[in-house]
Design a protein around this ligand. Structure first.
Ligand code: ADP
Ligand code: MG
Length: 328
């Protein structure tokens, strides 16, 4: 079938999700969607744009582009402890490429269906490729995880491994056509991150603060420290580094630097009051969610990096679009 109009395109590609929610009174097709927010819950809303040439290579597989763009938004809901519900998509396309759209929708709906997230609307325009998702989630009233609740003495945790996404990007940009099994796995970590929705929900009654790692651990932890007016000590010995990263990094120190600075990890960084430590660890272990305790909050200013009891003087910074990007 040939797609001639915007209306056909929306109907054929975007209004075809298998998974449908009961709380969507009116979805795609009218001027706006109508949604029922469950009683005693608050609505959590987040928006992120992914741009060709900034957040992904234009030539990347559209399946991966859709997946990663949506995963980065789901990760923001995870960091708030929210349960995903609805999403809208503002899509700007240079042209109508049906093969591209089919792959894009496969990537989008495979992830959306996994998290019971329904596409309920959006906007489609012509121009340089740009993808903006707005995601909605719900959280029991007062239970959202925020950045400003941490206290001195709280333990600092992260989920999963750190550093794989940045290492994967290096392999993608290396222009090789044959990748080692380790490189293949790191590339998958870059394109197909796992949003930590389940962890966020479990942490609702436990964590004192939380966020997701999108700009690098050091930069993102800095946001918790700023919001909570605290400092931190991180032991680099405790950073969770994957076998693949260890095998492919120049040396252990290079792997740790990557773990501290790699953005787009979409793992959660959260803090726990000492009295919640044992219960939280048991809860996460029971759900097979990988986690590591990497440090503690202090009343010193800034972040002190340690290797066991030795203070390190590594100079690190995270990714900042306005400082380092040429595309701002
Ligand atoms: P209007 O001009 O009234 O805003 P549109 O033609 O932009 O209507 O959109 C028609 C319907 O299709 C709306 O329900 C809108 O939310 C939906 N829609 C448009 N683009 C997308 C998209 N990329 N993904 C999902 N739904 C979309
Ligand atoms: Mg519109």
């Amino acid at each position: 079938m040939s797609i001639d109009t915007e209306f056909d395109l929306i109907r054929h590609y975007f209004n075809q999700q298998r998974f449908q929610r009961q709380d969507v009174v009116l979805g795609i097709g009218d001027d706006a969607a109508i949604l029922s927010v469950p009683a005693d819950h608050q609505l959590v809303v987040t928006t992120d744009t992914s741009l060709a040439g900034v957040h992904f290579l234009e030539i990347a597989d559209p399946h991966a582009i859709a997946y990663k763009s949506l995963a980065s938004n789901l990760s923001d809901l995870a960091a708030m402890g929210a349960t995903p519900t609805w999403c809208s998509l503002a899509l700007t396309l240079p042209s109508i490429d049906e093969q591209w759209l089919a792959r894009f929708c496969d990537g989008l709906f495979s992830l959306a269906n996994q998290y019971d997230l329904q596409l309920i609307g959006g906007d489609t325009t012509k121009g340089p490729l740009s993808i903006t998702f707005t995601l909605h989630g719900v959280v029991p009233t007062g239970k959202a995880l925020r950045r400003d609740g941490a206290s001195v003495g709280d333990y600092i945790y992260v989920t999963g491994h750190l550093g794989d996404s940045a290492a994967g990007l290096t392999h993608i940009l290396s222009n090789t056509s044959e990748y080692s099994p380790e490189a293949t796995s790191l590339i998958a970590a870059h394109y197909y991150p796992t949003p930590r929705i389940e962890a966020g929900i479990l942490l609702r009654d436990l964590a004192s603060a939380a966020l997701d790692i999108s700009d690098g651990l050091i930069a993102d932890l800095g946001h918790i420290l700023k919001a909570s007016q605290l400092g931190a000590r991180i032991d680099v010995h405790d950073l969770p580094i994957s076998e693949c990263l260890l095998k492919t990094a120049e040396n252990q120190e290079a792997a740790k630097v990557l773990a501290l600075t790699s953005g787009e990890e979409y793992e959660l960084c959260f803090t726990l009051p000492p009295e919640k430590k044992a219960k939280t660890e048991a809860t996460l272990m029971h759900s097979a969610i990988p986690f590591s305790c990497i440090g503690r909050l202090t009343d010193e200013k800034g972040i002190v990096l340690m290797n066991k009891s030795k203070v390190l003087n590594w100079e690190l910074s995270g990714w900042d679009h306005f400082k380092e990007s040429k595309h701002d």
